[in-house]
Design a protein around this ligand. Sequence first.
Ligand code: 5AD
Length: 354
Amino acid sequence: MNQKSNLKELKHLVDKLSSEHSLSKDEWIRLITGRTPALLEYLFSSAREERCRYYGHDVYIRGLIEFTNYCRNDCFYCGIRKSNPNIFRYRLSEEDILSCCHAGYNLGFRTFVLQGGEDAYYTDDRIVRLVSCIKSRYPDCAVTLSIGEKSYDSYQRFFDAGADRYLLRHETYDAQHYSRLHPPSLTAAARQECLWHLKEIGYQVGTGFMVGSPYQTPEHLAEDMLFIKELNPQMVGIGPFIVHHETPFADKESGSLELTLFMLGLLRLMLPKILLPATTALGTIHPEGRELGILAGANVVMPNLSPTSVRKDYSLYDNKICTGDEAAECRRSLEKRMESIGYQVVTARGDSLN
Ligand code: 5AD
């Protein structure tokens, strides 16, 4: 097939995705493998139209609090994996976390995301207390948890304490691929089961995957899209895989900006009302990564509220941005960045429309 008729066929698939919000596995694979710069432009313009229909030019902000980098897991890609002896481990106290929320609230944040490794110190009781405390001080704010795999009962307890949302990326749908990224103690099935539990309980759920993780194929990405369609989450976080030099994947290649942006555009068309962050990882692989993410269909940014003293230690991957900036500085710089491309940061909880 020549280039021109190929482009025509692929644009047709993008149109189909726009109108039907789903594709078959083969169609996903065709789009992903056949993509060209011209197709990307076409996709991004449809994706922007779609996000504008529901969210205008608003960009929601989430205050990210990375409250512990202790982790019992040993994911091959992650810098805070338990067998990395070369990082300084920290955990914020309840008081530290509340003071991050206080500063964040004054900067206009109405969502706090508590993210951490799977740290046994933070028992269910401690999480429950923390969530209740934040919700009672800031009843107009949403609390999002991102603390990994827990039992149904634990998820239920956090929800009853007032947690509104939960982020748990499925990482990759395919069980075999999953097993090449994680030790045997972690399985794709267990991960996915957690997501179904979270949905059943009534959380606004976020899932997602890394783009360009080692051994990933277009077929895996197609399966990720099919799984996300089925789960129908309120949020999807994707970012490029980025090498961390002290992990088993130190010699692998990082994921690309271009494919990450492409997947963002596809996600916007598949689930038009989704809350889609332009992630820190995207901002790390390219100086304008987050702006490009917004222009590809994203509508959320998640600046860091953690104290600057610990920022560099939450090192999931190398060269993470904003490790030196105060929260206020991150907030202002993002506001400017968004304005420079015609979008505005808004102070609202930013709940999903679906
Ligand atoms: N590169 C990019 N993303 C990573 N994550 C963990 N390690 C890396 C890495 N090296 C992502 C995972 C996890 C989220 C918190 O960060 O997808 O779910």
